[in-house]
Design a protein around this ligand. Structure first.
Ligand code: KIV
Length: 271
């Protein structure tokens, strides 16, 4: 008898069936146990343990500094929280580029040590060998094209990608290649909406957009951004569903006031 709860888990096959039926896929990032518990209970399809943790959790300017050990730590906490969503983990910068053996070793560490269900990696043909080798190890891979933040120093800017035909054609070719290699889904970041529509319609695997318009098969946002935890980051594609910065700020002010005025704790809040 299984000791695990009977819930219908999201698998890569469920995601493919969703695309086939025209049902949109909802993905959010997750980095810790508490928020991931809520997001999973609310019914999210995929939790991405994104290397955006480097920015929103660790305060770095880019995604480059986060380590494989840190990603495994975040992923383990998310996996412990989740009973339904598919948990996908970003392979961080420097753990897969240019060395497919290292890539497989990194992906195996993530799967073994965190219990996650899949990995995500940025790039097309240039990481093809690594994608292939990880897939040969039985590990599902999500691709990521368009704006790929691990290459920010190559691009030099976070501007919209694939506006020029040459770059658009490379993205088309890369998307087809990732699909042929066996990726189960592809993130399309910050590319024109009509181009994302064309790419999404040309693929049988689902696309998940961020700043790529409404025609992708699913959408992803960084949870801290959509909850309004930081105020500085406000690109056009971001819709805020809460304003937690202000709520946390005023809750903290009230707590400080109550402690200083000896209002907290009161007689009912002590033993
Ligand atoms: O790291 C991340 O959060 C991501 C998403 C923005 C797709 O890669």
């Amino acid at each position: 008898m299984s000791v695990h709860k009977e819930v219908k888990r999201i698998t890569t096959h469920v995601l493919q069936a969703m695309k086939n039926k025209g049902e949109k896929i909802a993905m959010l990032t997750g980095y810790d146990f508490s928020i991931s518990t809520i997001v999973d209970a609310a019914g999210i399809d995929i939790i991405l343990v994104g290397d955006s943790a480097s920015n929103v959790i660790h305060g770095h300017e880019t995604t480059l500094p986060i380590t494989l050990d840190q990603m495994i730590d975040h992923a383990s906490a998310v996996v412990r929280a989740v009973s339904r969503a598919l948990v996908v983990v970003d392979l961080p910068f420097g753990t897969y580029q240019g060395n497919s053996k290292l890539a497989l070793e990194s992906a195996i560490r993530i799967m073994k040590e965190s219990g996650a269900h899949a990995v995500k990696m940025e790039g097309g043909a240039e990481v093809g060998d690594s994608v292939k080798r990880i897939l040969s190890g039985g590990i599902p891979v999500m691709g990521h094209l368009g704006l790929i933040p691990q290459s920010i120093y190559k691009f030099g800017t976070y501007a919209v990608r694939a506006k020029e035909e040459a770059e658009a054609q490379k993205l088309r070719d890369d998307a087809k290649l990732l699909q042929e290699l066996g990726c189960f889904a592809i993130v399309l970041e910050k590319i024109p909406a009509l181009f994302a529509k064309e790419v999404s319609e040309s693929l049988y695997v689902p696309t998940i957009g961020i700043g790529a318009g409404k025609h992708c098969d699913g959408q992803v946002l960084v949870t801290h951004d959509m909850l309004g935890i930081n105020k500085e980051f406000s690109p056009r594609f971001l819709r805020r569903y809460a304003n937690l910065y202000d709520q946390i700020f005023s809750a903290t002010e009230n707590y400080i006031k109550d402690v200083k005025s000896n209002d907290f704790p009161n007689d009912q809040e002590q033993y």
